[in-house]
Design a protein around this ligand. Structure first.
Ligand code: NAD
Length: 381
């Protein structure tokens, strides 16, 4: 195999280990911040208050209003509050919602972010922002929203309930999976992806056994860092497009949706990506079918495996299949409407993942007509 790639490192500082609160002043010093607002979700206001207390008079306010998908009215309010309080930076403590709120403020005012992630979603490692207005989520990439410093402290994740830890961890694994077969995959990101999957798939069963296991929490957070770096560095494909459509159009829960869809998207793509499949096989202890292994693992960890149980109606399958195939994007294997329709149907029911999901549905008269006019909606990468 010959190598050909472009690798651009993202400029950020990562501090990993216990006692984030003791380390925070030094992180603020590095950037020269003296008046920060602390951001968190309402459910984590106690955690936000602990961070604010640890910062003493370098904290000028606690804004505990972060919400999933960053509603634009919350972003507007928080930006105005940050200005009113004379903030020179933000400390975002929480999952993708709190960090997303920090990104919205950074986008508007350019305030540097220090992130303390408490889930495994990975937003802290990306220059991607999102804002939701009237139910429509707009996303974009901007270097200004990339946190300047990320402080990973496993103790902050021990309160994450076990079911959320499992689905958040599988959400992270999805970033690594798609980075391995991305059109802009690079050797260094592939190394991170493989070790990220290994770390998380080892840690999650241990967390299910004992949610406070310090080694497992440390390993899971380490894996989520690696997987988040994959998300920040590589272009995502079919799996992320499916989850974006399911979350955006049907408001399905973020991490759980990733958990259900991942084995199906991977089963579809892995025949076209032998190098990625081999890396995943190594990461999963020699599994011969990585997609099936991830599906089995979700079952062993009592995670959701069907879109129906997340509240999706069967009638919505066609709409989402249309949405996902209406625009072209890079995917290792060409995608047709029938493939996506079949994949979503299996994911909706909770069936085991297969490489050719369209085949199962060929007998259905409604979609036979639609499939007759099927075209490949992707460009090969
Ligand atoms: P989240 O931040 O909404 O957190 C989910 C819930 O768990 C919240 O109620 C939160 O308060 C709570 N929580 C978080 N950590 C906890 C802890 N340690 N203990 C107890 N409760 C805790 O969810 P998420 O899955 O982390 O993030 C999802 C959001 O992030 C979505 O909006 C998604 O689009 C976005 N996201 C963005 C990027 C990006 O690169 N821009 C990447 C990943 C996710």
């Amino acid at each position: 195999m010959t190598h050909e790639f472009v690798y651009e490192a993202l400029p950020m500082r990562v501090r990993f280990g216990a006692d984030a609160l003791a380390a925070l002043p030094e992180e603020l010093d590095q950037i020269g911040l003296n008046r920060v607002v602390v951001l968190c979700s309402p459910e984590q206001s106690d955690t936000g208050q602990r961070v604010a207390d640890a910062l003493g008079d370098r904290s000028v306010g606690l804004l505990a209003e972060a919400a999933m998908h960053v509603p634009s009215e919350v972003a507007q309010w928080a930006s105005e509050e940050a200005s009113r309080l004379g903030a020179d930076g933000c400390v975002a403590v929480g999952g993708g919602s709190a960090i997303g709120l920090g990104k919205a403020i950074a986008l508007k005012h350019g305030l540097p972010i220090v992130a303390i992630p408490t889930t495994y979603a990975g937003s802290e490692m990306t220059p991607v922002w999102g804002l939701t207005t009237d139910g429509r989520k707009e996303t974009g990439r901007d270097r200004r929203v990339l946190p300047r410093s990320v402080v990973y402290d496993p103790q902050f994740s021990t309160t994450l309930p076990v079911p959320m830890s499992v689905t958040s961890g599988i959400n992270a694994i999805a970033h690594a999976v798609e980075a391995l077969y991305a059109p802009d995959a690079t050797p260094i990101i592939s190394l991170m992806a493989e070790d990220g999957v290994r770390a998380l798939t080892t840690a999650l069963p241990a967390i299910v056994r004992d949610s406070a296991d310090p080694e497992a929490r440390s390993d899971a957070l380490y894996g989520s860092w690696l997987c988040g770096a994959c998300l920040g560095a590589a272009t995502m494909s079919l799996h992320h497009k499916l989850c974006h459509a399911l979350g955006g159009s049907l408001n399905l829960p973020h991490a759980q949706t990733h958990t259900v869809v991942l084995p199906h998207a991977l089963a579809f793509n892995q025949p076209a990506t032998p190098v990625a499949a081999a890396a995943l096989s190594r990461a999963l202890g020699g599994a011969t079918d990585p997609a099936l292994r991830l599906w089995e693992l979700a079952g062993e960890l009592d995670a959701p495996r069907s879109l129906a149980e997340l509240g999706m109606a069967e009638d919505d399958i066609d709409r989402i299949a249309e949405e996902v195939t209406s625009r072209s994007y890079g995917n290792p294997r060409p995608i047709t409407y029938g493939d996506v329709r079949g994949l979503l149907h299996r994911a909706w029911v909770g069936d085991r993942p297969v490489a050719n999901p369209a085949k199962d549905l060929e007998d259905s008269p409604q979609i036979a007509a639609r499939m007759a006019s099927d075209t490949d909606m992707t460009r090969e990468s």
